[in-house]
Design a protein around this ligand. Structure first.
Ligand code: KG4
Ligand code: ZN
Length: 350
């Protein structure tokens, strides 16, 4: 055990007794470089540098370009977040960093920076799971949310219903058998000729349309909590290609709207079913797809019918950010999750 780690363990143990320790959180798992400062559960600054415009011309995230742009952005973002919180680096008590899941090269930028900074400041380093970060984003604005609760998680790489008992105790009750919901949004957008990232584009396009095109319902009548998006995606691709072959012009808005409704219905149905099966009365929405208005409204409406309260992070806290990583770190420290040592590595498949 390194001398640094021995000191880090002692310092982190002392932090558990406090409510207001200063967290500096770093997120660089995909195409957003993000830094946030929290005083305990209070977010003091939350800055993001998005690379969407850079990757748009390639129709998706190019990993190598993402890593390079994280390197370019991270220094200034740290300054911005620290200044924005009205502190100096010397005030930081703990550093939180996303170490997975995500793109290896992108993750390594944040992880390397965080390790160097933790060592230089001689403070504990907490390795945070990106997906748990999305779930814990719900604590940022919802001061009355209490553990345990159910979370409906829908991002670019994950679609799950989870039971959240704490940072270390997150149990998967149902998950996708194939594609993630966000992935389906992105692929369908591409087929419709809409730019990256597909989710917000589908949502905007769907506003002008109606859900008139029949879409498949996976696992009809089955009681388990798993999802499937591959059939839905294929149905849209076939619809578009069949019409193209016949020379029939499709109504893009109707396709987007029909797809969105089917994608959302599946998420909501399983979330309500999970509440019924487990008896939980709170469902917290998490992940980038959680920014979708149709999903937010449908889930809220259906949950109300069953006496279930829905917690929604604001839209900008649904997509990738560092405040959620800081909040997950707060809970991890409080629960006594051990800090990472300086041999921490990124884990793309976490
Ligand atoms: O959570 P996130 O920002 O990154 C991951 O951890 O994957 O999620 C990104 C995903 C993308 O697939 C994106 O298209 C989708 O979330 N997304 C949306 C919306 N905003 C982002 N999907 C539907 N409607 C939206 N408004
Ligand atoms: Zn994410």
């Amino acid at each position: 055990m390194s001398d640094y780690y021995e000191r880090s363990l002692k310092k982190q143990t002392a932090l558990r007794e406090r409510e207001d320790f200063v967290i500096l959180a770093i997120e660089s798992s995909c195409d957003e470089t993000a830094v946030s400062v929290l005083f305990g559960r209070d977010v003091k600054s939350n800055v993001i540098s998005s690379q969407i415009e850079i990757h748009k011309r390639f129709g998706g995230v190019v990993p190598e370009i993402a890593s390079r742009n994280h390197v370019l952005a991270i220094d200034n973002l740290i300054d911005e977040a620290v200044n924005g919180a009205g502190i100096t680096l010397k005030d930081v008590d703990v550093i939180a960093v996303t170490y997975g899941a995500g793109l290896l090269g992108a993750l390594l930028v944040g992880v390397s920076y965080a390790k160097a900074l933790a060592y230089a400041l001689d403070v504990p380093l907490m390795a945070i799971d990106h997906i748990k970060g999305h779930v814990f984003a719900n604590f940022i604005e919802n001061k009355d949310l209490k553990l345990p609760f159910l979370s409906l998680l829908a991002s670019g790489g994950h679609t799950e219903i989870v039971e959240v008992n704490g940072y270390e105790d997150v149990r998967i009750l149902g998950q996708t058998a194939d594609d993630a919901a966000g992935e389906a949004f992105d692929k369908v957008a591409r087929v419709l000729g809409l730019p990256y990232p597909g989710g917000p584009q589908i949502e905007a396009c769907a506003k002008e349309g109606s859900p008139v095109i029949p879409m498949p319902t996976p696992f009809k009548g089955e009681k388990h909590l798993n999802f499937s998006y591959s059939g839905l995606k294929t149905a849209v691709i076939n619809y578009v290609h069949n019409n193209e072959a016949k020379g029939v012009e499709i109504n893009r808005s109707d396709v987007a709207c029909s797809f969105q409704k089917a994608a959302v219905d599946q998420l909501v149905k399983n979330a309500i079913e999970a509440a019924k099966q487990t008896g939980y009365k709170s469902i917290a929405l998490a992940g980038g797809v959680g920014a979708n208005t149709c999903l937010r409204e449908t889930l809220t409406r259906e949950a109300k019918k069953h006496g279930v309260t829905v917690y929604l992070p604001s839209k900008k806290l649904c997509t990738d950010n560092a405040a959620m990583i800081g909040m997950a770190c707060y809970f991890a420290v409080k629960e006594g999750v051990l800090p990472a040592d300086l041999d921490l590595d990124a884990d793309p498949n976490l």
